[in-house]
Design a binder for this molecule. Structure first.
Ligand code: XIL
Length: 375
């Protein structure tokens, strides 16, 4: 079997270029000459790199293009970028046969210019499937629609993108069937759609690191507990059948309303996944606030404490290959969009490393320290 990239390989290109740290930081057009963040805070890229890991963030191409402050933060902290929406099927092909590759191409060009990698998020997601494809799949149950999509995206991008969230959010322990979400793929093709998709992904991207990505593993409640069991069971089933699965992505959308983190549960799940020969990536870290009361500093401290506790638990495993936050600045967080944001006047959620004015917060410091921990 051909070797596939380990956690070091994904950052190989970045590792060969000069560090993305202070020395290599280039002032993007229009950025303030001397942003306060540049001199006082260690970069997350440096912290991660020191342990052979990577740090990255989800971004949108147009946000990066239009906001010098965001660009500066990305350039100094990130080795990896995840397209927040552009690789989803409904973004690539909103209308059948009309393709919109430009935003992904832009992000790839940006990342290449700056020695970064891009994560492939995501080939298949129920919520990211265009209506026409959904209808077509349910009516005709024609696999060629799936094959065509996988082939098109991977042929175009797999040579450049080596880490793929092949299937996003396949687990559902509440309304699912044997732990699997009754998503459009399950409804049209049955539970083995997962193996079939992985096989095809491997065929088109033999060198890529293939991941199943999911959420809801972090807290001590019956649902998260069942979800931890379900992801381990799925991983076991797939590995036992020889399906080409290399890793699990844990989204890690933390939530301050859900009580203490299930530290033991997380350790146990991660250990079991690793025992199956899998690597683990933290793919969408952010912290949802439960109360917007108190000073910004007090809120930021809670967010930072939760981040630190979570990362200290997960990064104790050397097989956890990297950390991606779902955004970088509170200015652009999905937690401040509906339906996560309950009403338009609600304060911005402060669950990302930088505030809305691109100043690093306590969460940045927590990330930087946790990434430095030796596994
Ligand atoms: C979200 C984006 O952040 C939103 O902007 C978009 O409207 C919907 O998708 N889990 C995932 C991500 O895997 O793809 C989701 O991203 C957030 C939840």
């Amino acid at each position: 079997m051909s070797p596939r990239p380990s956690r070091r390989a994904l950052i190989g290109a970045a590792a060969l270029t000069p560090a993305l740290g202070l020395a290599a930081w280039r002032r993007p057009e229009g950025a303030p000459l001397d942003p306060p963040t540049m001199t006082t805070v260690a970069t997350l890229a440096d912290a991660a790199r020191a342990q052979g890991r990577y740090y990255g963030a989800a971004v949108r191409a147009e946000q990066l293009r239009e906001n010098a402050g965001l660009r500066a933060a990305v350039l100094r902290d990130c080795q990896v970028l995840t397209p927040e929406i552009h690789l989803k099927w409904n973004s690539l092909e909103w209308r059948k046969g009309e393709f919109n590759f430009a935003p992904v191409d832009d992000l790839l060009a940006f990342s290449q210019r700056h020695g970064m990698e891009v994560r492939g998020h995501t080939l298949l997601w129920d919520q990211g499937t265009p209506g026409w494809a959904r209808q077509d799949m349910l009516q005709r149950r024609d696999w060629s629609l799936m094959s065509g999509h996988l082939e098109r995206v991977l042929k175009r991008y797999a040579p450049r993108i080596t880490d793929w969230d092949v299937i996003n959010e396949p687990i559902d322990t509440e309304a699912g069937a044997a732990g699997l979400r009754r998503n459009v793929f399950h409804q049209a093709f049955g539970p083995t759609y997962i193996e079939r998709v992985l096989e095809e992904a491997r065929a088109h991207a033999p060198q890529a690191h293939l991941v199943i990505n999911d959420y809801g593993f972090e807290y001590d409640n019956p649902v998260d507990q069942a979800r931890r069991k379900a992801i381990v069971a799925l991983a076991r089933r797939l590995r036992a059948s020889g399906a080409p699965l290399d890793g699990i992505g844990v989204q890690a959308h933390l939530d301050l309303s859900k009580g203490p983190l299930a530290v033991e549960g997380l350790r146990d799940m991660t250990r079991r996944l690793i025992d199956e020969g899998l690597e683990v990536t933290i793919t969408e870290l952010d912290v949802k606030e439960s109360s917007f009361h108190g000073s910004a500093a007090a809120r930021d401290q809670k967010v930072a404490d939760e981040t630190r506790r979570y990362l200290e638990t997960m990064l104790a495993f050397p097989q956890v290959r990297g950390v991606v936050t779902w955004g970088l600045s509170d200015r652009f967080s999905w937690l401040s969009e509906p339906p996560q944001r309950l009403h338009a006047d609600a304060p911005l959620n402060r669950g990302l490393p930088y505030d809305a004015d691109y100043r690093p917060k306590a969460m940045h410091h927590a990330l930087s320290e946790a990434l430095r921990l030796t596994a």
